[in-house]
Ligand binder design. Sequence first.
Ligand SMILES: Nc1ncnc2c1ncn2[C@@H]1O[C@H](COP(=O)(O)OP(=O)(O)O)[C@@H](O)[C@H]1O
Ligand SMILES: [Mg+2]
Length: 524
Amino acid sequence: MTKKTAEDFAKQQKEISISEFFEKNKHLLGFDNPTKALLMAVKEAVDNSLDACEEAEILPDITVKIKNLKEDVYKVSIQDNGPGIVKEQVPRIFGKLLYGSKFHRLRQSRGQQGIGISAVLLYSQLTTGNPTRVLSRTDEKKKSQMFELLIDTKKNEPQIVKQEETDDGIPGTGIRVEMDILGRYRKSQGVDDYLKQTSISNPFAKIIYHAPDGEKMTFPRSVNELPVPPKEIKIHPYGVEFGILQRFLTETSSRTLQSFLVNEFSSIGQQTAKEICSMAKLEPNMKPPELERGGIEKLLGAMQKAKVQRPPLDCLSPIGEKELERSLKKEYPEAEFITTLTRSPEVYRGNPFQIEVGIIYGGNMKTDEPIEIIRLANRVPLLYQAGACATTEAAKDTDWKRYGLQQSGSNLPSGPMILVIHMCSAWVPFISESKEAIAPYPDIVKEMKLAMQDAGRNLSRYLSGKRRAGEAKRRIQIFERYSGEVASSIALLTKKPEKEIEKKLKSMISQRTHIKDDEEDKTE
Ligand SMILES: Nc1ncnc2c1ncn2[C@@H]1O[C@H](COP(=O)(O)OP(=O)(O)O)[C@@H](O)[C@H]1O
Ligand SMILES: [Mg+2]
């Protein structure tokens, strides 16, 4: 056999399209088993619907239908009442990976990369060969546009199988996606849980769900107002890396280094910009693209050392204490105790973030099993990879024994409890492309722990109140057990009617034992 030369290799060296790459590596996007694939299909579409409605300031009405076509093939249909998508954009949005409106900006949203829904199309055509049907209506006075789409994976371009105007379907404006996929339906850790938790974290959304087993579920709104829209922010100097700074310097339309710093980053005013330039020993009036490697390094060092204010925090849109409490009460009406709290915003690597925690306690939950954790990131439920998630690390690190739960070593505590943790940020650091777990950065874990401790204290206050009430009840029972005997002895001594004495005794017991604990000591 002749040895291969560089020229031989050159013949095999060619570009790989992003679609081809993910066709081979679908597990990287979360399509690693049929149960998860069915969930991903619903999740990507619903997340998009919620993002679109929130941005267009429309109270979302979403309908999810899943039908079992044959064996492991399901038809999934998701419809929203959002703004719709203009005709020209539909094929690229659904038929091209890495195409979207959220990647090039820093704003809290569910989607980010522009891979979500097109990845589901890719999976659908890979497993069934069928095109996806998309209906879009952007104007109530006009008809819907219908597309049947496939992806040309070699080119990462949409392939339009059919296109027409249609009267079918969407009542006002919005999108409907219908796709066939290879999947598996399970009641737990799948679509049902995802929709229930989505309803908890988006109390302003109404979701109707037709499950493949014929069950119809409605998740009503628990609040009738949309959250205040989160503001888009610029990157904070503390979160900048070399390559990004280098690119910003060449792309900027700012004429001077000083104005570049003010315009392109958050929290830098003229004065801070001047200070950064002087720390970096760079001329504030120089043209940004003229900075060379050494200059960029000095600039980066100065940007990270300079005293810069925190980034603005109006880029965050938490669920809210009251709103979260309402949706938890709606989904867990049998719970004995519910507490929710929203911490003040914090910052990791220049990115503002905010943590919220909810505790649902008692009711008909098992008492001797590890607690359940509902993990949420930018209002999206995370159902997989719990072990690698910052939320789990924080829950294990928290000393729950102090708050009345059982816990051995650094395991999750046991008890009749569900812990809800939400992190919102313009940039949630996920551990992978499939966005299943939050990276356990120390600043984030620490803040989550503080939130859990706050909520834990509320729980322990409730539990000790309950314990005291239980003790008081036991005391009443003891007194009552002996009240008959005591009454007859007193009657013997005083020659007064026994029945009357017993009645008086009972009223005394009930009066005394209902006295508040802090007054208890004062009574004789
Ligand atoms: N239901 C929808 N209504 C309106 N716009 C949508 C809808 N679904 C998707 N889009 C648009 O398509 C883009 C691409 O969606 P997607 O591939 O899921 O990526 P991402 O959500 O990460 O941006 C979104 O950024 C949004 O602009
Ligand atoms: Mg998306």
